[in-house]
Write a protein that binds this ligand. Structure first.
Ligand SMILES: Nc1ncnc2c1ncn2[C@@H]1O[C@H](COP(=O)(O)OP(=O)(O)O)[C@@H](O)[C@H]1O
Ligand SMILES: [Mg+2]
Length: 381
């Protein structure tokens, strides 16, 4: 175990409990990897202190020593000028002026996979007493294991570049959406075309219905055509580009979900919500990876949980988030009785829910009233 890193992680947890978010965000940015990812995710929760302390983590943190000349050599890129442009959780991004034009070259931090493994070992070690206490936490360790695998999957740059290529081909002619073209890649770096424009970090109050429609079209079209969705909705992954900023560039395919044909069908039906009876909904949740035991335990409330979460999709007509109280309603349902075990979702379902939360976040932050139901039939119909 990396003891210095383990110590930092524990002090991060301690500061989190004390509510010292300034220090928490500082440590997340210094550590990169899983802690920074968590910070980026927190930006999708509304309001202070999340806006204030975590939004910078979407594109900026501590600079690391990366041998960029060697990386460019491996990729056979003849670079003129280059400079560091962003530090993300897994890698550092350079703006590189090359023969092929201006490129974004994302280079993995050295040893980042080992840091991720070390962090999860630390978490499991400090949480081990939970295993022997008679608590209802049997899902904690499987959940940690799932999270570790998801974060490690984001370190597979070859997979990421291949996925990005598939998206780029799909949206190549789209008037509203662009995916940066992949120029070349290897296991530690990805070079794509540079996108100029405005990022979405701090995007409160100036996005409109066009953005929500376009982002939703992006998600639904790729689900229908590729059986994949981009599942990392934080503001660092979007740039408004093109004339008048009316083209949405979507970056970062590290946590894209690949559904098989059956799963994609279930995800489409779930968003469209046209179920004849509850058994059909349960079948789709089963296909999407909720285990039989959870379905059995949560059966009395599962239909309601899904309708609350997907209410904007299921309500006909423009949906106004100002009278939406999802968290409150879900909490009320969950506290209606004591459950034998937490509701364990599969990684794919977790990422689908994260994407939906991301879409809602932008609509709510910008008070966009939008017809989600109609968009679903337009783009999935
Ligand atoms: N093609 C690009 N053009 C312009 N900026 C980019 C491009 N690719 C990445 N960036 C910048 O680098 C940041 C991190 O890149 P990203 O692919 O999201 O990395 P990570 O997978 O580590 O989150 C982005 O938030 C963006 O600011
Ligand atoms: Mg990113």
């Amino acid at each position: 175990m990396n003891f210095i890193r383990a110590y930092k992680l524990l002090s991060l947890a301690n500061k989190m409990i004390k509510g010292d978010y300034r220090k928490v965000s500082g440590l997340m940015g210094e550590m990169h990897g899983f802690p920074q990812k968590l910070g980026q995710h927190l930006t999708l929760y509304r309001g202070d202190p999340f806006d204030r302390y975590f939004k910078d983590l979407c594109t900026a943190s501590r600079t690391e020593d990366v041998n960029i000349t060697e990386v460019l050599g491996e990729l056979q890129i003849e670079a003129g000028k280059f400079e560091i442009s962003a530090q993300a959780s897994i890698g550092q991004v350079y703006r590189v002026e090359a023969g092929a034009g201006v490129l974004a070259v994302k280079v993995k931090y050295p040893g980042v996979e080992e840091r991720i493994r070390s962090d999860f070992r630390t978490l499991k070690t400090v949480l081990w007493p939970v295993r022997v206490l008679p608590l209802k936490n049997s899902s904690l360790f499987p959940l940690l294991e799932q999270m570790k695998l998801l974060v490690l999957a984001e370190c597979d740059y070859r997979r990421e570049a291949e996925v990005q290529k598939a998206f780029q081909e799909l949206f190549g002619d789209d008037p509203d959406i662009t995916v940066p073209e992949i120029i070349t890649y290897n296991e530690r770096a990805i070079a794509s075309k540079w996108v100029d424009g405005t990022g979405l970090v701090g995007c409160t109050g100036w996005l409109d219905g066009w953005f929500i429609e376009t982002y939703l079209k992006f998600i639904l079209t790729s689900l229908r055509e590729l059986g994949m969705i981009h599942a990392d909705p934080h503001p660092g992954n979007f740039i408004l580009t093109g004339a008048n900023g009316r083209k949405l560039a979507v970056l970062d395919y590290g946590s894209a979900v690949m559904f098989n044909t059956r799963e994609a069908g279930a995800a489409v039906r779930l968003l469209a919500g046209e179920y004849g009876d509850e058994a059909e909904l349960l079948d789709d949740l089963r296909i999407l990876g909720i285990d039989e035991e959870s379905l059995h335990i949560y059966r009395p409330i599962i239909g309601d949980l899904v309708s609350i979460l997907l209410e904007p999709f299921y309500s006909p007509g423009p949906y106004d988030f100002s009278d939406w109280r999802m968290q409150y309603r879900i909490n009320t349902l969950m506290s209606s009785r004591a459950w034998e075990k937490p509701l364990l979702m599969s990684p794919k379902l977790l990422l689908l829910v994260r994407t939906i939360q991301g879409l809602y976040f932008y609509a709510r932050e910008n008070s966009v009233i939008f017809d989600w139901h109609k968009a679903v039939s337009n783009y999935l119909g």
